[in-house]
Design a binder for this molecule. Structure first.
Ligand code: ATR
Length: 473
């Protein structure tokens, strides 16, 4: 048999897999074994890219034979049962010590289960979050690998060679063991949901408050993209709003059905946060806002519900737009703070040693939430790695101090005008909840003790207490 020539392999050659394989092949020194269940896709990839150092395989055995040891393969198939099927096939042809990487969108609890099962058979299993979509996979994604430490020795240099680069640093770091990488990728997506919802609320308020056209609002977002809100999502928002529809000649955004889809990673982030007891209210509101938008039958019967009597008009347009910008920035700080809180809680729950500053740095390029802003988060964790609440870092305290008056006015204005701003307003409520010296949770403890004898603690002495509430119960 021929000597194995490939130093890395990819299984699953749909869009993400073939782009990742092309990215790998484009880097000096890589020879990439490629395999797909349906061989035609493998052939197509290899024929379309004759310049690339590909070694096509038509069977799992051939794939294994073409890889140098320790064999390293990245699985890029549809998350779920397909992943388990491919892992089983690879374990049949690989040897203990080889590295199996799942680059699909797995739920982190599946990754924990898989690492245990695959590890027990002597293989290294790495669940890896891959962000940045098709373009990221091809040109440089943000990579979030978990898995055992020893796998990082082989995998690290390869992943660094294909990752996006931010300020000279590759956007990849070993996040932690087993499911840590997929957990962090999940929260990344949750934050992405919140960020998108906040931008959408800002657009809606400006449009309905000032009557500006989408193209005019595009100019506002382009302007914002030169300041502290600079980010990929703000940049593409300007482009989406500027787009004209060829069929009608009007703004494209006005002919797009206003029902937001979702692939479920936002819901995972919220479900996991509920289990961990972490209040990710911004991400939750963003996820629920998508649900509400897609319940067409409920929206159709609700159009007649009473709203405010007066029409909503803004008199000082420039001042209003600036207030919306500040409200967006403040709410964004809350959303990221909540997301990092979930990562902290997940790390504590699952025993991962996650460097939160490093996480924010690998999101600076290659992924959807990429932004300069992430440098400020990295600074905050560099200064204080155990920071209990991100938004209490001095830089963010200052930013929130500058923004809070505008934020409050915008939330009040939206409520008065009958314009839904769930992410803006829940973020503000979270902020004020954290700030409050006393919360009405004391009353809730009283209620719980009343109906269920759940007991309460006192402010003035240690211990637990129960009150005999009334004689006539
Ligand atoms: P995309 O969304 O990028 O199109 P996907 O649906 O996440 O991709 O994944 C599709 C890939 O998973 C394909 O490579 C598919 O192989 P085929 O081309 O043969 O359909 C692969 N896939 C799905 N189920 C699989 C299984 N049970 N075993 C192996 N590969 C599988």
């Amino acid at each position: 048999t021929a000597q194995p020539t490939a130093n890395i392999g990819v299984v699953g050659l749909a869009v993400m897999g073939s782009n990742l394989a092309r990215n790998l092949a484009s880097r000096e020194g890589n020879t990439v074994a490629v395999f797909n269940r349906t061989y035609a896709k493998t052939e197509e990839l290899v024929t379309d890219h004759p310049e690339a150092q590909f070694v096509p395989a038509s069977s799992y055995a051939e794939f294994a034979a073409s890889l140098q040891k320790p064999r390293t393969a990245i699985i890029m198939v549809k998350a779920g049962r397909a992943t388990d099927a491919v892992i089983d096939e690879l374990m049949n042809v690989f040897e203990p010590g080889d590295i199996i990487v799942d680059g699909g969108n797995a739920l982190f609890t599946d990754t924990i289960r898989r690492e245990k099962a695959v590890g027990e058979r002597g293989f290294n299993f790495v669940g890896m979050g891959v962000s940045g979509g098709e373009e990221g996979a091809l040109l440089g994604p943000s990579l979030m690998p978990g898995g055992p430490d020893q796998s990082w020795v082989t995998l690290g240099p390869i992943l660094k060679s294909i990752a996006a680069v931010a300020e000279g640093e590759p956007c990849v770091t070993h996040i932690g063991h087993d499911g840590a990488g997929h957990f962090v990728k999940m929260v990344h997506n949750g934050i992405e949901y919140a960020d998108m919802q906040l931008i959408a609320e800002a657009y809606d308020l400006i449009r309905r408050g000032t009557g500006k056209s989408p193209a005019e609002i595009a100019d506002i977002f382009a302007e914002w993209n030169r300041g502290e809100l600079e980010s990929y999502l703000i940049e593409i928002t300007a482009e989406v709003l500027r787009q004209t529809d060829a069929a009608t000649g009007g703004p494209l955004v006005d002919v797009i059905v206003d029902e937001a889809g979702a692939k479920g990673t936002g819901a995972w982030t919220v479900q996991t946060a509920l289990d961990l007891g972490v209040p990710v209210s911004g991400i939750a509101e963003a996820t629920f806002a998508r649900s509400l938008s897609s319940h067409r039958e409920q929206r159709d019967v609700s159009g007649g519900l009473p709203g405010p009597a007066d029409a909503f008009t803004v008199t000082d347009v420039d001042a209003f737009v600036e207030q919306v910008r500040l409200a967006l920035y403040a709410s964004k700080i809350v959303a990221y703070s909540q997301g990092f809180d979930e990562i902290r809680a997940g790390a504590a729950q699952y025993g991962w040693n996650i460097d939160l500053g490093a996480v924010s740095k690998i999101w600076r390029a290659g992924c959807i939430i990429r932004a300069q802003f992430l440098n400020r988060i990295a600074d905050a964790y560099d200064a204080e790695p155990e920071l209990p609440v991100l938004l209490t870092a001095p830089y963010f305290v200052d930013a929130l101090g500058r923004a809070q008056d505008a934020w409050r006015q915008i939330v009040a204005t939206a409520a008065g005008a009958g314009i839904p701003a769930p992410a803006f307003s829940s973020s503000l409520a979270y902020y004020d909840g954290l700030r409050a010296e006393r919360l009405p949770a004391a009353l809730i403890q009283g209620q719980r003790d009343f109906f269920g004898a759940h007991t309460y603690r006192r402010t003035d002495k240690a211990g637990t207490f129960h009150t005999l509430w009334s004689d006539d119960r």
